[in-house]
Design a protein around this ligand. Sequence first.
Ligand code: ATP
Ligand code: FE
Length: 351
Amino acid sequence: FTVLGIESSCDDTAAAVVRGRNILSSIVLGQTELHAAFGGVVPEIAARAHAEKLDIAVAEALKAADTSLSEIDAIAVTSGPGLIGGVLSGVMTAKGLSAGSGKPLVGVNHLAGHALTPRLTDGLEFPYLMLLVSGGHCQFLIVKSVEEFQRLGGTIDDAPGEAFDKTARLLGLPQPGGPSVEQNARTGDEKRFRLPRPLLDQEGCDMSFSGLKTALLRQRDKLVKEQDGLYEQDRFDLCAGFQAAVRDVLAEKTRRALEVYLEMAPAKPAFAIAGGVAANGAIREKLQALCDEKGVAFIAPPLALCTDNAAMIAYAGQELFSKGVTHDMSLSARPRWPLDKAASPLLGSGK
Ligand code: ATP
Ligand code: FE
């Protein structure tokens, strides 16, 4: 099937055309500059920008794929979770296109889009283990089918990407924080400042990252007081210490998640990561080594498919559509939509 995908749940307006595992086009129109002055995504500004840019993104995606609506089999759209204004804009656009063209509509859970990406990029077979680690999310999922996700645990407070961003802010480094903290950590000594590894002594796969930021703030203030400012090397060492703490927490929790997963005796064991933080070299290396040790394939999709995009929505929509799932005009936008709730989370129209 050829599916048009639409994504507008956060601050990227995206449209893509996917056929099978081929991405015919993937357009992402960011809004970074619109929100830059506010230090975070402003929902009202995002919603208005989506409303303005969605038609452009769709037109560009169809053009880049050298196709038209009449040749598309279905229209997939993120119908949650996310910022409600943006999700609504996307759902309205998709409904309009569906009504105008007579093509079926498929509502897709944004997180399912991320979780199914390793099937698009690497053709993974069910069940596989997934760590979704981004600016807004951090959770382990066993992906059992297109609509069956077992959540093993996740952060109980901040997401790691958020912690990277806050760390950068505390140290006066540019946003997004992840890449700048990673860059600075390269020349740092991770052992100089021992930051906490929360919840490691607790069973299960839950994680916590907010205490890390407080510990970092305390170290920074102590240094500033003692020596009347931060030296460059202090910044390197603080970044290295912080990154090492995040890396160690993710690695230890991944070890436990793998144990649970391997008990299912999967035929082709695989562990995939997605989300912006999956770009981090130190974290990747450690998780890769862990998988090598356990004999599990380690999959890290290309970054453009790890962060928000519409190709993953088109692909997830295609998987659902091929199982006969479509939605009617009552499809609603859901601000909250946990993946593991209800027996068939993707099938409901949003009640
Ligand atoms: P979500 O998609 O979950 O709603 P989001 O849009 O913030 O959240 P992404 O676009 O997937 O998430 O990722 C952005 C986050 O990834 C930012 O917090 C950024 O700092 C972080 N990040 C990007 N590159 C790196 C890196 N090299 N190391 C660590 N973190 C990184
Ligand atoms: Fe996302």
